[in-house]
Design a protein around this ligand. Structure first.
Ligand code: NAD
Length: 297
């Protein structure tokens, strides 16, 4: 049941944020959006008809709960608390008793620190990162991995259910840890398939034939089933998730592994490969271009 009085602020209306806000508006919630890029706010209003705020403080003053969908945890921290000389920030407008839900793929340790720092303002924090890509954001089928106080998470269940399937993972930061570990497995699977396709082609096997065989066999994964045919073999490379963001998630996954004293040798090799691709292609390249990078080595 939608609480018509709950005012939602949404910061970061990019590739994911735009369709996510669309689903919230469609489900009947009142959404005020904010993005550092004014063209993203215009696109939000044009597509979904929600309101926008002129500053973070203004958005805070108009919201009972604020969702962040920003590139990384450093930016989330800057937007929430203000830092690096930033004058405008959320806590200047957000009242005591409100909640921030960080749906970005942020660093788990930074999320715990942000939760502690927000306590002095009487503002609660949940982490609720997502998986499923732009397609999942549009269809509201993303998996949402929730960390933080369980009763608080349940209070926002109806809100989160408008965007996808909810999985309560554990205490604050656990959602972010689960998310970057998922992306480690996803990045390794994509890179492994790209290497296999390259070898197959050299051996005289058509790439699509190998992908079809893998998809009917034990090597299949999300990349072979969904990314190779849709975004890679046709040369489109337009999945909508940046290569730099995947490299960031891998870095965070290896930081978690290190904090937990797990050597994660394959993870470090995977990270090194993605970092090299990022240097060669640029952070803004689509993440599926890792296959092109592997193919050209
Ligand atoms: P994006 O770059 O398309 O969107 C981020 C938005 O944040 C942009 O519109 C940008 O202008 C805005 N922004 C940046 N700094 C800001 C600031 N200081 N104040 C206000 N707005 C600011 O990125 P995205 O692909 O939508 O990803 C967002 C998050 O979701 C990332 O953490 C990413 O890792 C994660 N994610 C992305 C996907 C995907 O498929 N794209 C899937 C799952 C998770």
């Amino acid at each position: 049941m939608v609480d018509q009085n709950l005012r939602i602020g949404f910061i970061g209306i990019g590739n994911m944020g735009n369709p996510m806000t669309g689903n919230l508006v469609k489900a009947g919630w009142k959404v005020t959006g904010y993005d550092a890029d004014a063209s993203k706010m215009r696109a939000f209003t044009a597509a979904h008809g929600g309101a926008t705020a002129a500053s973070l403080a203004e958005l805070g003053g108009k919201s009972d709960v604020v969702i962040t969908m920003l590139p990384d945890g450093h930016i989330v921290r800057r937007v929430v608390l203000g830092a690096d000389g930033a004058d405008d920030c959320l806590v200047k407008g957000l009242a005591k008793g409100t909640t921030i839900i960080d749906m970005s793929s942020s660093a788990p340790v930074g999320t715990r620190k942000l939760g502690e720092d927000l306590r002095q303002y009487g503002i609660a924090l949940l982490d609720a990162p997502v998986s499923g890509g732009v397609k999942g954001a549009v269809a509201a089928t993303m998996s949402i991995m929730i960390g933080g106080d369980r009763a608080l998470a349940e209070r926002y269940d109806a809100l989160l259910s408008a965007m996808g399937k909810r999985f309560y993972v554990g205490s604050l930061g656990a959602g972010h840890a689960a998310k970057v570990l998922n992306n480690y497995v996803s990045a390794a699977g994509l890179a492994a398939a790209a290497e296999a396709v390259r070898v197959a082609e050299r051996f005289g096997i058509e790439p699509q034939v190998l992908v079809n065989v893998i998809n009917a066999s034990t090597g299949r994964n999300n990349s072979t089933e969904n990314k190779f045919t849709q975004f890679i073999l046709n040369g489109k490379f337009n999945a909508g998730f940046a290569l730099g963001l995947m490299a960031k998630d891998l870095t965070l996954a290896m930081e978690v592994a290190e904090a937990c004293n797990v050597p994660a040798e394959l993870g470090h090799a995977t990270l090194a490969l993605w970092k090299k691709a990022e240097s060669a292609l640029g952070a803004k390249a689509d993440h599926t271009e890792i296959a092109r990078y592997v193919n050209e080595q």
